[in-house]
Design a protein around this ligand. Structure first.
Ligand code: F6R
Length: 365
């Protein structure tokens, strides 16, 4: 039931503050602020030498953020593959001790086959999964639930941000297990994660401004999304969202890659969406944006107040989000990207919840 919402996708975007809080509750004891494993699950990161992450589509972008999280907060090196490559690549797994898969449905054929392959290689397997009782939830050694509730819209929204929340808390947990995160830092990080619902609510408030921008986006045939560091996976997720529901061709790039090819595409008709919270990557991202501006590209900058004050780029438009800790930016900045895709699709008159050629769960390879 869509309730008062126009589409399931819109409803699911609006549910994020609540389901993020549920998901966090599975990984953090909210009364003590200590990380924990979800009920009935056992996973100790202290002896894990290397993690292999794998998933498809939006789950893959969540896994990419997950890699940044595990490397930053737990200092565990990670490998990452799309599942359709992992299952056939037959790569030497070397010192990988744990394989983590990310799947909303828990049924995606390539991800399931990858999980089975990892098991056959003697790896411990874990799945970040939204559907309880799904095949992956039954077969993995460790189940890491996202509590997003049923996701009906084909384009993943709340499942994605809940995957990020699960991976962020798990990375903090891993850091604690390994002595990389001390007790004070653990409390600080979980306190920060608990701000996600409020910040998600504030991000949803950008909707009107995004809707105005979407009218222009809907006149375009192509779009570029750029980000660095924690925002690089989001650039790809933002592009995926736009293409799958509005059918506008979009590409997501690491901002630093711009000059290695895609800059040739920039002219005064090319919209460029830049994800640039005022974090350690900001200055570098802005220097890439200057290159876009110099060629007339139409820039939309997603940033915070200090970013908007420190990196004004001639002719760019800003969507200003609240200031937040780095660990939260992928979760919160995903929301304006979802809204941009959603409103652009509405402008285009496409079927938002059931885009052409797509299925919610891809059970064939
Ligand atoms: C994009 C989208 C797909 C899925 C992919 C994996 O919005 O929904 O790219 O993320 O098909 O599906 P799950 O997560 O069910 O394994």
């Amino acid at each position: 039931d869509k309730g008062n919402y126009r589409h399931f996708m819109q409803k699911e975007i609006y549910e994020q503050p609540e389901v993020l809080s549920h998901t966090l509750g599975a990984f953090v004891d909210m009364t003590t602020g200590r990380t924990k494993m979800p009920k009935g699950q056992d996973l100790d990161f202290s002896k894990i030498r290397r993690i292999a992450l794998s998933a498809c589509g939006t789950g893959y972008y969540a896994a990419l953020v997950g890699r940044y999280y595990f490397e930053r907060y737990a200092r565990i090196p990670c490998d990452l593959d799309v599942a359709s490559e992992f299952r056939y690549r037959e790569s030497p797994l070397g010192d990988v001790d744990l394989a983590i898969f990310v799947s909303q449905s828990g049924e995606t054929a390539d991800t399931l086959a990858s999980l089975r392959y990892a098991k056959s290689q003697g790896l411990k397997t874990a799945v970040v999964v939204n559907v309880e009782g799904s095949t992956m939830a039954r077969e993995a050694d460790v189940v890491l639930p996202t509590l997003a509730g049923p996701e009906i819209g084909v384009a993943s929204t709340k499942a994605f941000t809940c995957q990020l929340m699960a991976l962020a808390s798990l990375a903090v947990r891993a850091g604690v297990d390994r002595g990389v995160v001390d007790a004070d830092e653990e409390l600080e990080l979980t306190r920060v994660l608990a701000e996600a619902p409020r910040l998600a609510r504030e991000a949803i408030h950008t909707e009107e401004r995004i809707e105005a921008l979407s009218r222009e986006m809907a006149t375009k045939r192509h779009a570029l999304f750029l980000g660095r560091g924690f925002s690089f996976p989001l650039a790809m997720e933002g592009a995926l969202k736009l293409k799958e529901i509005s059918y506008i061709h979009a590409e997501g790039y690491a901002a630093g890659e711009l000059k290695h090819g895609p800059i040739a595409l920039i002219d005064d008709t090319m919209p460029v969406v830049v994800i640039a919270p005022h974090d350690r990557s900001f200055e570098k991202t802005i220097s890439n944006v200057q290159e876009v501006a110099a060629r007339g590209g139409e820039i939309v900058l997603l940033t915070d107040a200090s970013g908007a004050a420190n990196g004004p780029v001639e002719g760019s438009r800003c969507i200003v989000l609240p200031k937040m800790a780095e660990i939260l930016t992928p979760i919160v900045y995903a929301i304006p990207l979802q809204l941009l895709a959603y409103h652009t699709a509405i402008q285009m008159g496409t079927d938002v919840d059931q885009p052409r050629n797509l299925a919610k769960s891809v059970t064939v390879e």
